[in-house]
Design a binder for this molecule. Sequence first.
Ligand code: FAD
Ligand code: NAD
Length: 467
Amino acid sequence: MSQFDVTVIGSGPGGYVAALRCAQLGFKTALIEKYSTLGGTCLNVGCIPSKALLDSSEHFENAKHNFANHGIIINEPQADLARMVARKNEVVDQTTKGINFLMDKNKVTVFEGLGSFESATQIKVTKTDGSSEILETKYAIVATGSKPSTLPFITIDKERIITSTEALNLKEIPKHLVVIGGGVIGLELGSVYLRLGSQVTVVEYMDKIIPTMDGALSKELTKVLKKQGMKFMLSTGVQSVERNGDSVKITAKDKKGEQVSVEGDYVLVSVGRKPFTEGLGLEKAGVELDERGRVKVNDHLQTNVANIYAIGDVVKGAMLAHKAEEEGVFVAETLAGQKPHINYNLIPGVVYTWPEVAGVGKTEEQLKEEGAAYKVGSFPMRALGRSRASGDIDGLIKILADEKTDEVLGVHMIGARAADLIAEAVTAMEFRASAEDISRMSHAHPTYAEAIKEAALDATGKRAIHM
Ligand code: FAD
Ligand code: NAD
């Protein structure tokens, strides 16, 4: 029987990062993954492939609509979806192979097969051919991630009624893609096909899209996506989804209680994801789940069984790759006797539409609910020289700061490269910067980041220079 100090189950960004950090810290480490490629949801059917298709479709959109304005005249561009998907697969292949390289380099032993607990210290690995072996381990880290959720009355047929996984591998550009759920997946993958020429209708239960982000972002994103041609049915609860040949009909109730329907050739169900623990044998180890099927953990990410930890999408908190990674490092360092720390308030959220959307810290809605005394500074992207040069004039940056102390409580942005710009806000907030601190830092000109400085100037005495 092979013996390990730490055995990690699941090789997504939580699991593979935990395994690498454990190995760096001198633990004899095993990583078990049921699929033949490492990297989990994020690298195989999530973050990376979706961004590859977003990038390709954005190039197409620019070629079609923006090049001429820049003085570049080309023949009418054609979208070759098969090539886009093939390129996306090449990107995934390179990225997942990179994880194999890192495992070898750090001497992590990788087992391909389903990992299941036989007891708190014994984990069985079952290969696809049915053969199995038992690993003896001092500590275990559960990092088995999540799977798409659906609604009770929807059958995902993976052909016309699909999840994000199938939407990343379509063989044709839908004529009319109906998206159920105006959250991150729906808007990102909806954007891909909108840019490639599909009609896209988003049916959202709440009265706004990206409902958990700051309201100003939701409002601006709705405006911009509408301008791009996306259609929205808000405050609309889906009641049935019926396929008839190549067509799918969605029936729903709108906010007046009236029945409405919409028909498309593909329906993307993107109403959230649920933790995945099937086949893991947690009951044999005595590990408890919470009321939402997540592995129950304490503040140290330790389960009710002392030597078993859990991280990433399978535990509470945001279902984000970088949150899973932080937790992987946290557990490895905890096992090594260190005192790591994660500031969950400063895990940024990003939506890779164009313009991009990003936020960190408290939203204005949260501050209102808490009854906090706060002030707001904001700055429109269109007032920046950089935005006018590139033509990316949509969006704004909003800074929320404590009314009395001026400490930055939240930063919310929609605009070109917001996904990268948000790192400045995270850094500032990690060091508990005040809005005045940000307003007095030199920001290179011309950059999109100047909008952060201007929003900070606006928050501190309405001193924005270019507004
Ligand atoms: P996962 O990545 O889900 O990995 C879990 C792994 O465990 C899987 O490989 C699974 O096969 C394996 N496994 C499960 N059970 C067993 C078992 N019993 N034995 C062996 N192996 C097992 N997040 C971002 O931060 N940024 C993004 O841009 C982003 N884009 C996304 C786009 C899409 C379309 C989707 C679906 C998700 C996206 N996410 C994004 C979310 C991100 O993918 C997840 O938050 C992240 O992958 C969670 O990491 P994890 O390690 O917890 O689990
Ligand atoms: P989500 O939680 O972001 O959005 C789901 C949306 O569906 C919500 O707006 C919700 O109100 C709506 N909804 C729920 N029930 C509905 C119903 N019956 N009818 C209509 N609408 C309904 O979930 P998602 O978009 O499926 O993404 C899943 C997870 O993956 C998210 O937690 C997200 O963090 C992660 N993810 C992240 C990124 C990124 O970081 N860029 C990208 C993709 C996915």
